[in-house]
Design a binder for this molecule. Sequence first.
Ligand code: 5AD
Ligand code: SF4
Length: 439
Amino acid sequence: MTTPKKLFIKTYGCQMNVYDSERMSEALGEQGYVATDTPDDADMILLNTCHIRERAAEKVYSELGRYRGLKEAKPDLKIGVAGCVAQAEGAEIMRRQPLVDLVVGPQSYHRLPQMEAQVRTGVRALDTDFPEEDKFEALKARPKARRAPAAFLTVQEGCDKFCAFCVVPYTRGAEVSRPVDRILTEARDLVDRGVRELTLLGQNVNAYHGAGPDGDWTLAKLIWALNDVDGLERIRFTTSHPNDMTDELIEAHASCPKLMPYLHLPVQSGSDRILKRMNRSHTAESYLRLIERLRAARPDILMSGDFIVGFPEETEEDFQATLNLIEAVGYGYAYTFKYSTRPGTPAAERAQVPEDVKDERLKRIQALITQQQQDLQQSMVGRELTVLFEKPGRFEGQMGGKSEYLHAVHVMAPDAKPGDMARVRITESVRNSLKGVLI
Ligand code: 5AD
Ligand code: SF4
């Protein structure tokens, strides 16, 4: 038997990259690779990169630089760059960094096995096409190994919205939805391998419109079909755009038993002036009305959001409108970013907000968000929740898992195993998690 080659993948950025890294690892499994969690003994290192914010490329170059010694010690070591930086700057990476053997974009990684074979012969490989064929169709069936209880499943990729700050429409391309039968097959397969919770992924997941047996299906229809999959207990989806939040999807939050009461719905700003400049095609008011409708359908739904501070031309008044919107919504989670210039996007050309102003606004928005998150987490104390156990905790007999609302929960449950679900009374809110007892 030949000894397997070892693959080390480092994943940056969003959950979609996490999913892609799994699929790339599986594709290279066909070439005889097994995963390793350190670059030191790897035969191939792959960086699965993110291009969403500034200095993305610099981070990649500095990470690559660290592998120089490894490559000198082991000339057979192959180094690859995947993901959105590869898509945006692949040729430049090849030119600037001779350590790199392989560059593969997010839409062409099904070709990794051939590319790997090529680099083994000493010929560098670059593929940043948006191929005609669907990579998910071209990838072989997923292996049968046992899985952790919570998994991601990419159902849609790309974006046609062109927010003025965002590189995604350029790096991931136009919106494409996977066909319904493929998704249901993959979901059933994951459930057979131990998955109990699925998070459906897409850059614009609620714009899903994949081919079904009777025409295109919506995301709501797909969720209802997944609701019928025996053994699957929980469904989530991310990331959504406010303008694609249909009545049907809101209604699914009211009545679909397996759909969890959690929604990540980025708004980016609370100022209509800035929203217009961002090309978001909605107002602060329409976003707030939407949340009212969601809460009428599912009163306990926990809202999550993304915010950008210091977008070009953002004034103190605009920023205050964002703080007001946050006060009005009450977020369970929110992610805040300083605007960063992305070359090639429309906002890059506009008058920039000084860095110290951005820093100061980021501090203020983060203080507000942290307070809201903690208050909401604290409000869980005394409640009875359902926890899906994912892995043993730090102490003997302790299990860690997630509540319906995605809070981490730790419970003494010596007889429980990952994948079990239990009713738990929450007793305490600690820094980043809750503690509870079995009921
Ligand atoms: N600068 C700062 N934040 C950005 N995001 C996307 N592009 C930029 C940018 N140029 C944020 C948005 C988006 C999240 C994934 O990243 O808030 O929702
Ligand atoms: Fe980027 Fe806007 Fe598309 Fe989200 S909706 S991926 S922020 S362009």
